[in-house]
Design a protein around this ligand. Sequence first.
Ligand code: ZN
Length: 265
Amino acid sequence: MAPPDLPSFGKKYLRLFADYQGPTTLRSCPLTLAAQREENIEMKRVTLTFDNGPTPGVTEAVLSILERNGLRGTFFMIGEKVSAPGGVALMHEVHRAGHWVANHTLTHSVALGDRPDAGYAVREIDEAQWRIAACATPAKLFRPYGNDGLLGPHLLSRAATAHLLRGRYTTILWNSVPGDWRDPDGWVERCVSQVRAQDWAVVVLHDIETGCLAGLPDLLRRLADEGVTFTQDFPDSVVLTRDGHPVSLDPAFIADAPTSHDITR
Ligand SMILES: [Zn+2]
């Protein structure tokens, strides 16, 4: 199969928030345009995501905290952990609570760009999707393994990208990695700073033993004090593919991406 067409490098930065018209409540308010603009500048959105679970003994507690705060997010699950003891039951619990169950690869071991053969990509993506199928969102949310939350060409291969497009996966990245697993004392403060620094933060947390659990109540209090709006959706700026089409797909995230020379030849 031919590789997918890729948008030219850097365009995604120009498209950031181009379609954003502000929260519905503000759109329907009889405010002047100037006042609306001022309000929109103040209004921060936050999308919470929980990666690398499900983890018995941890995910349930994260769910309780979210329920107490009336919040819903997305759980990007590792296929092998879903199949481990207790995994399937936890996945159903996450789903029943109204969170989105999403795909975070089968093994979470070697980034797709670091092993660019098609067989590996298809297995890592489809086998995990099969294991979460009973609860997965129809949009087939997929997040590649980032290897410490890094954004770069290791995230995808050309074969993986073609497969995500062909399979109509919604490929989701992130723009906030506060580091809950490596800095238990500092990650909450770092997260608040990262939220302040952008209009719509897509935050990566982890429902693993060494993850966000202990600091999560504090984080949610801090973000509520900041007056953020929590949402379950994702801004286009972190969506690489959706429904068979590139959104913010960028060759900078594809290890063996065609160069401009390859494309024009
Ligand atoms: Zn991960």
